[in-house]
Design a protein around this ligand. Structure first.
Ligand code: ADP
Length: 479
């Protein structure tokens, strides 16, 4: 089976969050299920610079008003098609916003063009390449399924929602430039409260919709998590599947991780001490005997970082320390910096995007805090499991599906892998941190939990099989 995957970010070429991890790892995992994936992504300046001897696979004279080429390349076992369209993607700044953090004003054109290219590829734009199915990730690729619906040659399309908070809504005035027939601007497809909704269109046009955990698949059917799209999603609930993400267990392997001062496994946990000490030096803190908590996250309200900021003084009073890696809302960054200034030996923050440091945190900290308000899947808690960095998480979305709370029964049965709390507020978070501190004070029990966490299957094995079965069903082959 030939699958065309379309995504706006793909690890290790370009990454702002979990979408890139999934778009980078799932193709490798699908290979052993007979699914050959080709991944289409935008030719951002930084992506083009990383390609090794790309070959031109197709040319467009007028792709939504601009000249473009498709470049074929290979990277770490991934087959790539990169959309080189200098007018759209050759610029400084991030994939979605300029250096000051402002969304590019032509994002609708940039990602409609990516999507249009995907539909054209499905229609035969590249000689000798014919995908059986298109897999679109998030709003940036969702329009591929809308274009497919109007294409001469239709193949089935799957939309995966990685975060419903990002929907790609644009003023109605852009519709004329999308190159679609008038009837596409309809409440049953693209029209969304008078605007053009890219994700909405994808949800309507998809043959199947997936999201990245079973719990989130239920949550997005409610007004609390549906972000206004719950009606559309409910109407298509018979097409909706929740498939939990995995992580790349080669990239994330404490026994072979080149970023760690000392590699280790479940059988050699004391070796983590060296990583912990290196981490403390890197963050300029002295954690002492209490737990060293870490955060690896966008610093935003979605991630519950405002609530964490409110309990840092208590965390320190309980004997804990905190190392934060992340960037995001300026007031939150400032609040973490203030906390570091108040507790210079206990709290440290690095406001950067730093892949090696994220590995060092997982391999050296005792616990990772993920107090999200909503979390479609979450990946850092999966890495935490794999590294014995015990996750402390809110019971929502994929966090609820992947972590077993250390309640009395789970501790007695030896199955606990982390700490969960039901409602995100300062009191609950404080109590959960206190629970973690209490278990940490019993080293045998803590180590048993670490070993249990490291036994959890966080690989793509099961989920890739589920995707493969869904794809086979859609193209009419038995799974
Ligand atoms: P989201 O996609 O909502 O940001 P996820 O947990 O799904 O959250 O994925 C976040 C990914 O980005 C993880 O792989 C995490 O390790 C990584 N990450 C987040 N912030 C940073 C950072 N400052 N430096 C390095 N990696 C980061």
């Amino acid at each position: 089976m030939q699958l065309l995957s379309v995504a706006s970010e793909v690890y290790p070429l370009i990454k702002t969050g979990g979408l890139a991890d999934v778009a980078g790892a799932l193709p490798l995992a699908l290979a052993s299920h007979g699914v050959a994936v080709t991944t289409l992504l935008p030719g951002y300046r930084s992506v083009l610079a990383k390609l090794d001897r790309p070959r031109v696979a197709a040319k467009f004279d007028d792709l939504l008003g601009t000249k473009a080429r498709l470049l074929r390349a290979e990277l770490g076992g991934r087959d790539l098609l990169v959309l080189e369209a200098p007018a759209l993607f050759d610029r400084d700044g991030g994939p979605y916003a300029d250096a000051a953090g402002l969304d590019w004003p032509d994002n609708w054109r940039r990602f409609a063009a990516l999507s249009r290219a995907a539909a054209d590829i499905a229609g035969g734009a590249i000689s000798k390449y014919q995908p059986d199915l298109v897999h679109a990730h998030d709003w940036q690729a969702a329009m591929a399924l809308v274009y497919l619906r109007h294409a001469a040659r239709r193949v089935p399309g799957v939309l995966t929602i990685h975060n419903l908070a990002f929907q790609g809504q644009f003023p109605a005035g852009i519709f004329r430039s999308l190159g679609l027939p008038d009837d596409a601007f309809d409440v049953d497809l693209l029209e969304y409260y008078g605007n053009v909704g890219f994700l909405k269109g994808g949800l309507q046009a998809a043959d199947a919709i997936t999201t990245v955990s079973p719990s989130y698949a239920q949550e997005i059917r409610t007004p609390e998590f549906g972000m206004g799209l719950e009606g559309v999603i409910n109407a298509r609930a018979d097409r909706l599947h929740g498939i939990v993400n995995g992580i790349d267990t080669d990239d994330w392997d404490p026994a072979r991780d080149p970023h760690l001062a000392r590699t280790y496994s479940a059988g050699s946990l004391p070796r983590r001490r060296e990583n912990r000490a290196a981490l403390a030096r890197r963050f300029g803190i002295d954690p002492g005997a209490g737990p060293l908590f870490c955060v690896i996250s966008r610093l935003t309200g979605q991630k519950g970082m405002d609530v964490l900021v409110a309990v840092i003084d208590d965390l320190v009073a309980m004997g804990g320390s905190l190392a934060v890696l992340g960037s995001g809302d300026p007031p939150l960054e400032a609040a973490f910096r203030d906390a570091a200034a108040r507790h210079p030996t206990r709290v440290g923050i690095v406001t950067a995007y730093d892949e090696p440091l994220s590995h060092q945190l997982q391999g050296g900290a005792d616990a990772i805090l993920v107090p999200s308000r909503f979390e479609p899947c979450g990946l850092t808690q999966l890495c935490g499991l794999r590294y014995g960095c015990l996750p402390i998480v809110a019971r929502t979305g994929g966090l609820a599906d992947t972590i077993i709370d250390a309640n009395e029964a789970a501790l007695a049965a030896g199955v606990a892998t982390g700490f969960q709390f039901g409602r995100l507020d300062a009191d609950t978070l404080r109590q959960t941190i206190a629970r973690a501190c209490a278990v940490f004070a019993r080293p045998e029990q803590w180590r048993a939990m670490q070993r249990q966490a490291m036994r959890a299957d966080v690989s793509w094995t099961h989920s890739a099989a589920r995707y493969a079965a869904l794809f086979a069903h859609l193209i009419g082959r038995s799974g």
